[in-house]
Design a protein around this ligand. Sequence first.
Ligand code: FE
Length: 263
Amino acid sequence: MNEFSNRFEGSFLGANDKISAQAIMECKVCWSPYDPAEGDDYRQVEPGTAFTDLPDDWSCPNCSAPKEQFMVLEDPGSEAATEAAQLDGVTARLVADFREIWHSKMRDVPMVNKLLTVEAVGFRIVDGRPLGVLISPWFMNLIQLPGEDEDWTDLVAGEKELVAFPSGEYEFIHNTREQIGGYKACSLFSPMGEFKSQMQAQEVAAAVMVALFDAGNRAETDRAADIRAAREAELAPERDDPPMLRDAPSRRAVITAGMAEQG
Ligand code: FE
């Protein structure tokens, strides 16, 4: 609790210790806003001054109502914090669940890349749902999780669905896990043999999240395959084979989910 807690009680209904430095406040008496981005010319408050950093004797520039008569109009900082907390929770459960799989049944499977670990990269809320990339030693998938008011426990494993993003439509496969419930996954890479390090996998995952939302990438083709091919091309220069030989086979190997390598 901070020093403002009691004074703000009733003005912004219990949100008093949750307002961020970006909170835009509004006078309850005359509806004049205080926007930290603008400050207050009248009392020479510099732009960038948070409402909570205003002097104790600051009052409404319009009607002189005291500071405690202000309420939250909008708080982007608090919304971002809420979203971040939501994402932290779901990605932690996702990672814990797949680490469990990694340390149990996947540990000694020949196709795994032991240079890699399970990690969630670039998760954010898209259309109300957490979306990001999950890296593991045996796959890299785009993962979509249910929104806070959605129940995906009844998803039928293996069912396919096209999900639209600015760069195009992507095929996601439904799945459920006891710990995390329902989720939808779009395969980007499997297996992960070509990755030399976790950092390299992180960079590719981050690039996928950018490419996914780039409408400039849009084309009437299999977008997931195109992104895979583009990332393959980024990885490829580390190899010595001539370009003609390296591009075609590596793309096919990825699209066929490792069958080419096994064969
Ligand atoms: Fe006022």
